[in-house]
Ligand binder design. Structure first.
Ligand code: HEM
Length: 105
């Protein structure tokens, strides 16, 4: 819901050091996250992924994202994303509600 997405926007502050999303989003330490729903792992243009992320064979959707964000290194061993993850399921779902509200730009 819009309410969940609003909560997710606040939690996305944890991601902002490395990721941008929305109009004019650019790759930073991590890839920009526009259009993540349905996007193949490792496919943001001009971003230099690790082989682990690039070759993980994931198509991002809610289920895949929730599994990833609770423990990124468990889902993608060898990822260079230096982030412990979001352990709280509700918070993770809210972050997905926020992220998935952005289409490809
Ligand atoms: C990759 C989400 C926090 C750095 C990714 C990917 C997702 C993601 C979905 C894979 C993208 C793809 O395959 O195109 C998030 C979310 C975060 C978060 C939702 C906050 C809750 C962070 C933080 C950092 C970071 C804090 C930096 C300290 C990276 C890097 C990659 C990445 C470097 C590329 C990994 C690789 O190529 O191995 N992130 N991230 N992320 N993220 Fe994050």
């Amino acid at each position: 819901s819009a309410q969940d997405a609003a909560a997710g926007k606040t939690s996305f502050n944890k991601c902002l050091a490395c990721h941008s999303i929305g109009e004019g989003a650019k790759n930073k330490v991590g890839p920009e996250l526009n259009g993540l729903d349905g996007r193949h792992s490792g496919s943001a243009p001009d971003y230099n992924y690790s082989d682990a992320n690039k070759n993980s064979g994931i198509t991002w959707n809610k289920e895949q994202f929730l599994e990833y964000i609770k423990d990124p290194k468990a889902k993608i061993p060898g990822t260079k994303m230096a982030f412990a993850g979001i352990k709280n399921e509700t918070e993770a779902q809210n972050v997905w509600a926020y992220i998935s509200s952005f289409d490809k730009d």
